[in-house]
Design a protein around this ligand. Structure first.
Ligand code: SF4
Ligand code: SF4
Length: 477
């Protein structure tokens, strides 16, 4: 009988990185191999007992040395969120807004033209959220400018808390706001009810105000004033949950200002930054030639900003870059950080639902934005229906199938497959189909660049210690 070669390779997924090869197994275990080691690995010539053999064995890449329980645990860890049910419920309280941002998430048509969600619709949306089997529910109030529908926000928040007295879920309430119509009464209510606040902050005043146009004054100064006030309230409470947060949108104008943007977040004591690329979805698609950029341009910006973040950390100050933290959680710990846009299948419908002001329910906020531009491809149904009913609708199934990397032939041999995800809405908007052509689209180039950047960072001992400190025991991302 033929003796099995213990070095026989297992599913070699690989990606070139300069002269080297990055390889991974069924449940992660990303490794860098020189061209020579890669050739030995592929040919099944790694000799037992050598450092190469041990590396490959530990990563689950040798057919004769598989730890099946370990691999199953790794794969389950990376896909943890796929079967919990929708946890994020985005209530778009209105499309009205007093800003005219260059990338307008609400869509241009929303500025003044959209209606207000009624209290009855908001309650129905909350009923849908509580029909989810997920024990952790986040209800996020959004707009347009969510505070322009204050009475409904208050009512829906209190209604959710009332339902939760019976349901006993881990309930989080949050509002995404530009803070321009914040006042003492709203501030007191949000603090008292533990509703966390997230605002947009694109960087220093000049950049922020150029992106986020407001005729009522300086959008930046107003956001910073209230951010500081919420921070002070959280410090008095001693509650990390009530700390305000900020999200930046990277436009072409941001690209030369990587260090300045990082320093703005640091100076405001925000503890970190989430460096995200802009997607050509909804209104942003229409103004892409003016504000957009290619994957390489974003990656250059990202690397410059990340270098600044690391310098801050090396000088002894903890300052988290959340995108790197998300990827590191996958790469180092084979854990799912519950980031809905980068998992397989993605979080459309099965992880989140977006409720438009008129009661329409969509796979995600991006799907809702496509509808705001006149295309209902990602509509699931109406607020008040159960999650089970909504998840059975065609748009939910299409998104799950299109974003499941097992169904993407181009991803099959990619070293980043165990950690990656694709976006059906992005594919649909840029290539005309939810499945898309992954090889030809910008999404893949961007993800590959981010994985390579973060993996390289983690290969440096000092940097890895910093990033592990970000992850701590809980979720840094
Ligand atoms: S379709 Fe795209 S935006 Fe929507 S949840 Fe999936 S990855 Fe995220
Ligand atoms: S999208 Fe690109 S980076 Fe992600 S798994 Fe597929 S081929 Fe790899």
């Amino acid at each position: 009988m033929k003796k099995e070669n213990p070095s026989a390779p297992f599913e070699p997924r690989f990606e070139r990185d300069g002269k080297d090869f990055l390889v991974s197994g069924f449940a992660g275990g990303l490794l860098r191999l020189s061209a020579r080691d890669f050739a030995a690995f592929k040919a099944g010539r790694a000799r037992a007992g050598t450092p190469l053999f041990k590396k490959l064995e530990a990563a689950g890449l040798l057919r004769g040395r598989l730890d099946l329980d370990g691999l199953a645990a790794g794969a389950a860890g990376l896909a943890r969120g796929a079967w919990t049910g929708p946890g994020l419920h985005i209530l778009v309280l209105t499309l009205r807004c007093n800003h005219s941002c260059v990338y307008c998430r609400a869509t241009a048509a929303g500025n003044g033209a959209g209606g207000l969600m009624t209290a009855a619709t908001a309650r129905r949306a909350v009923d849908t959220a509580f029909s989810s089997p997920n024990p952790e529910i986040t209800i996020e109030f959004q707009g347009g400018e969510a505070l322009l529908n204050w009475a409904v926000l208050k009512d829906a928040a209190l209604y959710a808390k009332k339902l939760n007295r019976r349901a006993g879920k881990d309930l989080r309430l949050t509002v995404v706001t530009n803070l321009s119509v914040m006042d003492e009464e709203k501030f007191a209510f949000l603090v008292k009810e533990g509703i966390s606040v997230c605002t947009s902050l694109d960087g220093p005043a000049e950049l922020h105000n150029a992106n986020r146009r407001w005729s009522g004054g300086s959008s930046h100064a107003t956001a910073v004033r209230w951010l500081n006030k919420f921070k002070a309230a959280a410090a008095r409470d001693g509650s990390a949950d009530s700390l305000p947060s900020a999200l930046m949108t990277t436009t072409r104008r941001s690209l030369p200002l990587a260090a300045e943007i990082v320093e703005e977040y640091r100076g405001l004591g925000l503890g970190g930054i989430f460096l995200r690329p802009l997607s050509p979805i909804g209104y942003a698609a229409g103004v892409w030639p003016e504000i957009g950029y290619g994957p390489e341009e974003f990656l250059a910006f990202y690397r410059a900003a990340l270098a600044r973040v690391m310098r801050i950390n090396y000088a002894g100050e903890r300052f988290v870059e959340r995108n790197a933290a998300l990827l590191a959680r996958k790469l180092l710990r084979a854990e799912d950080p519950n980031y809905l846009d980068l998992r397989s299948p993605c979080g459309a419908a099965i992880g989140q639902l977006a409720y438009n002001w008129d009661g329409g329910v969509y796979t995600c906020d991006e799907g809702r934005m496509v509808a705001a531009c006149g295309d209902e491809a990602f509509r699931l149904g109406r607020a008040g229906e159960t999650c089970a009913a909504l998840l059975a609708r065609p748009a939910a199934r299409v998104c799950a199938m299109a974003s499941c990397l097992e169904a993407q032939s181009y991803c099959e041999r990619c070293a980043f497959k165990p950690f990656c995800g694709v976006c059906p809405v992005h594919n649909y908007c840029t290539q005309g189909s939810p499945a898309g052509d992954i090889a030809a689209g910008g999404w893949c180039a961007l993800q590959k660049g981010l994985f390579k950047t973060v993996f390289k960072l983690l290969e440096n001992k000092r940097a890895r210690a910093v990033v592990e400190g970000w992850l701590g025991g809980g979720s840094a991302a």
